[in-house]
Design a protein around this ligand. Structure first.
Ligand code: FES
Length: 186
C-alpha cells in the first residue's frame, strides 16, 4: 500500500522534467540570441601591422561595386573588394572605393566567401541584406564589407581583420594587416 502511495506521489511530478527541459532550452536560446546580437564588436581604430608591399590587383581587374579579387598576404587568405561607398580604412582612387579583409572567420577560422545573391543569402544564411555580403559556410556567420568587415549575424562576434591598402598608379598594393581581432595578436 505504502509503495503504491509513493509511486502515485512520484508520478504526480511527471511534468517536472519536461518543464525544466523546456525552460532550459528557452534560457539557452535567449542567451544565444543575446550573444550573437548584442555582443558583436564593431571595428575599432585600425591596428595595422606593417608588412611587405605586395601588388594585389590592377584597377582594371575589378568591374564595379562588389566585384572582388582573392589574394594571399603574409600567408593569410584575403579578399579585395570594390565598394559603392568609401570606408575609413579602405582607399579611394578616381572616385572608386576599395577595401580588403582577411578571409579568416573570427568564429573558428573557416574562410569566408563573397555572396552576391542576397536571396541566396536569405535562404542559406537566414539573413536578409540589401547588398552582397561575406558569408562563412561553417556556421553561417555574415560579415558586411561596407561596414569594415563587421560581423552582422551568426556566431562570429568580431570583425574580419582589415588589410592596409595603398594605390600607386593603376595598381592596388597591400602593405599591412591587422592581427586576429579576437586576440589582438598576429
Ligand atoms: S567558423 Fe565561421 S561561423 Fe563558425
Amino acid at each position: 500500500m505504502a509503495v503504491d502511495e509513493s509511486r502515485r506521489t512520484l508520478l504526480s511530478y511527471w511534468w517536472v522534467l519536461p518543464v525544466a527541459g523546456t525552460a532550459g532550452a528557452f534560457a539557452y536560446m535567449a542567451n544565444y540570441a543575446r550573444r550573437v546580437t548584442l555582443d558583436k564588436h564593431a571595428p575599432g581604430p585600425p591596428n595595422f601591422q606593417p608588412g611587405p608591399r605586395q601588388a594585389v590587383a590592377k584597377l582594371s581587374e575589378l568591374q564595379g561595386p562588389y566585384s572582388f579579387r582573392e589574394f594571399q598576404y603574409r600567408k593569410t587568405p584575403c579578399l579585395l573588394m570594390e565598394l559603392p561607398q568609401p570606408t575609413p580604412t579602405g582607399v579611394t582612387v578616381g572616385g572608386r572605393h576599395f577595401a580588403a579583409y582577411s578571409r579568416l572567420c573570427t568564429h573558428l577560422g573557416c574562410q569566408v566567401n563573397p555572396i552576391a545573391d542576397t536571396e541566396l543569402l536569405a535562404l542559406s544564411y537566414n539573413y536578409r541584406a540589401e547588398h552582397p555580403m561575406l558569408g562563412c559556410p561553417c556556421h553561417y556567420s555574415v560579415f558586411d564589407p561596407q561596414r569594415q568587415g563587421q560581423s552582422v549575424f551568426g556566431k562570429a562576434l568580431f570583425p574580419l581583420a582589415r588589410v592596409q591598402l595603398r594605390a600607386e598608379g593603376d595598381t592596388l598594393y597591400a602593405h599591412g594587416l591587422e592581427p586576429d581581432p579576437r586576440t589582438g595578436q598576429g
